[in-house]
Design a protein around this ligand. Structure first.
Ligand code: ASN
Ligand code: ZN
Length: 353
């Protein structure tokens, strides 16, 4: 390889000073990490500058291997100044942690499991209040934020969007009806698992349990301080149901994800845990289903196995329960506490008994 991978420094917006891998080409540093992923468009993990368009643009370059200033990008400002680089630092650090968590914990390389490199295009559009995974480039586009959000590059949002890439490469869950809700939930779950891994230092082969994530999707990027989704109690958004019902399939996928998010929270943390200042036991609707969690590490291993080897594009909530249970039984035993916890977590959202 003609490119030399080098250790750079980034000033991120949400995580202070972070270590990032870049490459040196002549006297120019590039936001290309060839140690994570091969092939793909750039031959490694990369961050590009869409420069307020909807096309990816080219890889970030710099004459110094110190990037960004940790501050929110100002719309209309120059994208070549330090401020423009901060979005790229956020993106690269998030992508590095997403890659490392799946590889080191699950042995899953990149999005497709075959180590095909991906990339993130930063500064897409102008004042864009969203981020999304694109199936055509198998990459992610991320906005600077506008009305509701600051730069969308929090660790859980990057894990979420890249989670769409894993889902697309495996079960390929549809993006409507109950499968769509499960597709969205799979991304929220991935985002929290990546967040927990990154918060614990981005090292090791086990996810921290009970977890160092907040179970609040998009809390850091929100200008109002309200997250997009509350995994432990989805109805706090005023739209998502807490449990499965026959009307779930008619909802937008970002709301029909709610019950499965809640199931996963119960599976990992149990029904009486407090991950933040809130005490979740008061949100339990069915007291007899109170349960002890099995921890984030086991919960994510079980979920990931079901998602990537058992789910299909048409998997609904009932099918998901059966397949997550089967995954737990394969990993931990037919009558294991882990398998029973899966049954209880799904029963708590009105799926099975
Ligand atoms: N950020 C959104 C998501 O990944 C974009 C969308 O609505 N598809 O779910
Ligand atoms: Zn999504």
């Amino acid at each position: 390889n003609m490119l030399q991978t080098v250790a750079g420094t980034g000033y991120s917006q949400y995580n202070g000073t972070v270590a990032i891998n870049t490459s040196l080409s002549g006297t120019t540093y590039r936001m290309l990490d060839t140690s994570r992923g091969t092939r793909g468009v750039f031959g490694g993990m990369a961050i590009t500058n869409a420069n307020h368009t909807t096309s990816a643009g080219s890889i970030y370059t710099s004459t110094a291997n110190i990037w960004g200033d940790g501050k929110q990008y100002i719309v209309g400002g120059s994208t070549t100044n330090a401020n423009g680089q901060t979005a790229a630092v956020n993106a690269l650090w998030g992508l590095m942690n997403t890659y490392d968590m799946h590889k080191n914990v699950l042995g899953w390389q990149s999005l497709d499991g075959n180590n095909t490199a991906t990339y993130i295009a930063a500064h897409v559009n102008t004042a864009y209040d969203n981020a999304y995974y694109s199936g055509s480039c198998r990459c992610m586009y991320i906005g600077d934020g506008g009305t509701y959000f600051n730069n969308l590059g929090s660790i859980d949002v990057i894990g979420h969007e890249m989670g769409h890439g894993i889902t697309a490469a495996t079960s390929n869950l549809a993006y409507s009806g109950e499968p769509g809700g499960l597709n969205e939930s799979a991304s929220d779950i991935a985002g929290e698992a990546v967040e927990a891994y990154a918060r614990a230092g981005g090292k090791g082969s086990v996810l921290p349990s009970p977890g160092t994530n907040d179970w609040l999707v998009g809390k850091e990027i929100s200008k109002s301080g309200q997250p997009l989704r509350w995994m432990y109690k989805p109805s706090k958004d005023g739209r998502s149901p807490d449990a499965w019902s026959s009307t779930l399939a008619s909802l937008d996928v970002h709301y029909s994800s709610g019950p499965n998010n809640r199931m996963f929270y119960f599976l990992a943390r149990g029904s009486n845990a407090s991950a933040t200042s809130e005490y979740y036991s008061k949100y339990l609707t069915k007291a007899p289903l109170a349960m002890t969690g099995i921890g984030l590490d086991k919960a994510y291993r079980i979920w990931f196995r079901a998602l990537t080897t058992k789910f299909t594009s048409s998997t609904n909530y009932a099918d998901a329960r059966a397949k997550v249970l089967a995954a737990a039984q394969e990993l931990y035993g037919a009558n294991s506490a882990e398998a029973k916890a899966v049954q209880r977590a799904y029963a708590a959202i009105n799926v099975g008994t």
